[in-house]
Design a protein. Structure first.
Length: 124
């Protein structure tokens, strides 16, 4: 883990439909000090979680494709809630709808430093 990036005390939800990828993401985030929630692997489940989640949510790692469905409705809800998120995908930027290309994206396989940097708190 990069020594200068910490996610200590941050609650981060993993929205990923591939179990091994979700586990790997969880390991990366926990090693940086995050409290990892999930994984959640379906669009409807993620939306239900977001709408009924008690307590603060600091960020979300959001796979672009969940069981063949685009995760853009989840992104819309995160935008509405003001929750930071980073898209993850095994595809290039063309896999992300033009309306969402300004949001951070990490390609699989992950560069740990890039993922953590995208989720780190903004400097005060």
């Amino acid at each position: 883990m990069p020594q200068d990036i910490t996610l200590a005390g941050r609650r981060i939800l993993v929205v990923e439909d591939e179990f091994l990828v979700a586990e790997y993401l969880g390991e990366i985030l926990r090693s940086a000090g995050a409290d990892v929630l999930g994984p959640v692997g379906r669009v409807a489940e993620a939306l239900e979680f977001l709408r009924g989640n008690p307590g603060p949510l600091d960020a979300v790692v959001l796979d672009v494709n969940l069981h063949g469905q685009p995760s853009f409705p989840i992104a819309d809800e995160l935008i509405r809630l003001g929750v930071r998120f980073v898209f993850t995908t095994g595809y290039d930027s063309g896999a992300i709808d033009a309306a969402y290309r300004a949001y951070p994206r990490c390609e699989k396989p992950f560069r740990e430093e890039a993922l953590l940097a995208a989720l780190a708190p903004a400097p005060a």
